[in-house]
Design a protein around this ligand. Structure first.
Ligand SMILES: NC(=O)c1ccc[n+]([C@@H]2O[C@H](COP(=O)([O-])OP(=O)(O)OC[C@H]3O[C@@H](n4cnc5c(N)ncnc54)[C@H](O)[C@@H]3O)[C@@H](O)[C@H]2O)c1
Length: 358
């Protein structure tokens, strides 16, 4: 198939370095390459060696990508068709806005969107103004165990959905996935209010952004389903989702460190114990994995129209729940949506309490 898209990546990373050694840019490029219609045109990284290492590993020697240290210069000179933003969250908004204004047709930005609610909204608005298709890496929507859980839920395996539960390390870096999955399971119903509490005695930095020591967030959706997110490092559960219905429970897990991983289990009416349902062919999104499936979906929307599964509009709804959680903790009460406070952030909670450790 003809190469249709010139791709640029901002924030190349270096495997084994960075906060987790993940270097998400590699995953983004693997996904573009899997489509068979993308060419690596340019790379930008303030650490030139990271961009050069990336070019050596993934570039076409016959047509190597141009390497830049300044992403703004890269965007101006290359005018790429597609841009991936794989830097840390506080840099996402200016980079996405610049890429949209430079005429990119599609942008794939890593999660979480940004460190304040106002910035998240501004970046999504900039993409809308420029008619750029913007997606964020909430790739769980393409992972088989989550899709299996939603298929079982829709088939009535646990009756009517009453409550969704999630457990994870924090509201921001991990919570963005679970707040997104609440919308995924609950047929994209809008949230009406959030009531939450955050403990700020031990604020830590994750990818350069502050996260709480512990938190609780109760979300009420328009169809009266509720979502409960429980965060903190010391909790007794790993990263789990639970769907509680009128006639049973579905539980979804992330892969653990041992071989006892049960991706989905179900306890419905009449089940004496948990049972492990099959992951169906329709739950699987393809051999190249979830980020590749999301990238193919983005290109399909550029070519044929439609809303990408990982659309900015959906990502913004999940992000609103993160910042409404912080705002609820700052004000000490329920926050009705839409969230009005542009400055809502964990930093604002800490400041309202008189500083870190309070
Ligand atoms: N979707 C997921 O499941 C998932 C998993 C892990 C991380 N993430 C997210 O991915 C993002 C990136 O994480 P990572 O581990 O790949 O980071 P990383 O540290 O490996 O890479 C970031 C790169 O950005 C570069 N950079 C910094 N400032 C820059 C600037 N001004 N201009 C250009 N380049 C700049 C750094 O030099 C580095 O090479 C984070 O937002 C993180 O939350 C997502």
């Amino acid at each position: 198939m003809a190469e249709k898209y010139r791709v640029a990546i901002i924030g190349c990373g270096a495997r084994g370095a960075g906060r987790t050694g993940a270097a998400r840019a590699h995953e983004h490029w693997r996904a573009y390459a899997a489509t068979g219609r993308c060419r690596l045109a340019a790379l930008a990284d303030i650490r030139r060696e990271n961009a050069e290492g990336f070019a050596a590993e993934h570039g076409d020697p016959a047509s190597p990508p141009a390497v830049y240290e300044d992403y703004a210069v890269m965007l101006r000179e290359v005018r790429p068709d597609l841009v991936s933003v794989c830097t840390w969250p506080s840099l996402h908004a200016p980079m996405v806005i610049a890429a949209a204004e430079a005429g990119a047709r599609g942008i794939h930005c890593e999660k979480p969107l940004s460190t304040t609610w106002g910035e998240a909204r501004r970046m999504v608005e900039a993409a809308q103004r420029a008619r750029t298709a913007l997606i964020f890496t909430h790739q769980r929507r393409f992972e088989p165990q989550f899709r299996a859980a939603r298929r079982l839920l829709r088939a009535g395996a646990i009756g009517r959905l009453l409550r969704m539960e999630g457990t994870c390390a924090n509201m921001f870096d991990w919570g963005t996935h679970w707040f997104d999955m609440f919308h995924f399971y609950n047929d994209e119903q809008p949230a009406r209010w959030v009531m939450a509490q955050i403990d700020t005695r031990e604020v830590r930095q994750v990818f350069g952004a502050p996260v709480e020591g512990q938190g609780l967030s109760l979300v009420h959706f328009a169809n009266d389903v509720q979502g409960l997110l429980i965060t903190g490092e010391g909790r007794p559960f790993p990263e789990v989702n639970r769907l509680v219905g009128t006639r049973g429970v579905i539980e979804v897990q992330m892969p653990g460190e041992d071989d006892k991983w049960i991706p989905v289990r179900l306890r419905g009416a009449g089940d004496g114990d948990w049972r492990v349902p099959e992951i169906a062919a329709e739950d699987r999104s393809g051999p190249a994995g979830s980020v590749a499936a999301a990238t193919e979906d983005l290109l399909g929307c550029l070519e044929r129209g439609g809303e990408p599964e990982l659309s900015a509009a959906r990502a913004l709804r999940a992000t609103e729940l993160i910042f409404a959680t912080y705002e609820s903790a700052r004000r000490g009460g329920r926050i009705d949506l839409p969230l009005q406070a542009d400055d809502a952030s964990l930093t604002a909670v800490v400041e309202a309490r008189g500083g870190a450790g309070a």
